[in-house]
Design a protein around this ligand. Structure first.
Ligand SMILES: Nc1ncnc2c1ncn2[C@@H]1O[C@H](COP(=O)(O)OP(=O)(O)OP(=O)(O)O)[C@@H](O)[C@H]1O
Ligand SMILES: [Mg+2]
Length: 74
């Protein structure tokens, strides 16, 4: 249902997410764990459309999610 494929996110020269992929089916619960600075917030902000990633793809029910948080929440 929600798929993240090879997500790469940079803050300027800082490579924060280095190829994150996940695939969540309907009814599943996924927990993201990691140390401070591991990239949890960066991942969720990317899925929510707050961060403009340059590489990788995020899809929901097969449709590409863009960078409009209000639309994505709806
Ligand atoms: N606005 C920003 N500008 C520059 N670098 C950032 C910014 N936000 C996060 N980073 C860097 O990106 C990496 C991932 O940070 P992120 O905040 O996503 O981690 P986190 O897993 O949510 O950490 P925490 O457990 O402290 O909330 C870290 O190296 C962090 O320093
Ligand atoms: Mg965080």
């Amino acid at each position: 249902m929600l798929k993240v494929d090879n997500l790469q996110v940079y803050y300027g020269g800082i490579h924060a997410l280095k190829g994150v992929s996940l695939d969540i089916n309907k009814g599943e619960i996924l927990t993201i764990i990691g140390s401070n600075g591991a990239g949890k917030s960066t991942l969720l902000n990317s899925i929510s459309g707050f961060l403009k990633y340059k590489q990788g793809e995020i899809t929901y029910k097969g449709q590409k999610l863009g960078f409009n948080p209000t639309k994505i929440v709806k």
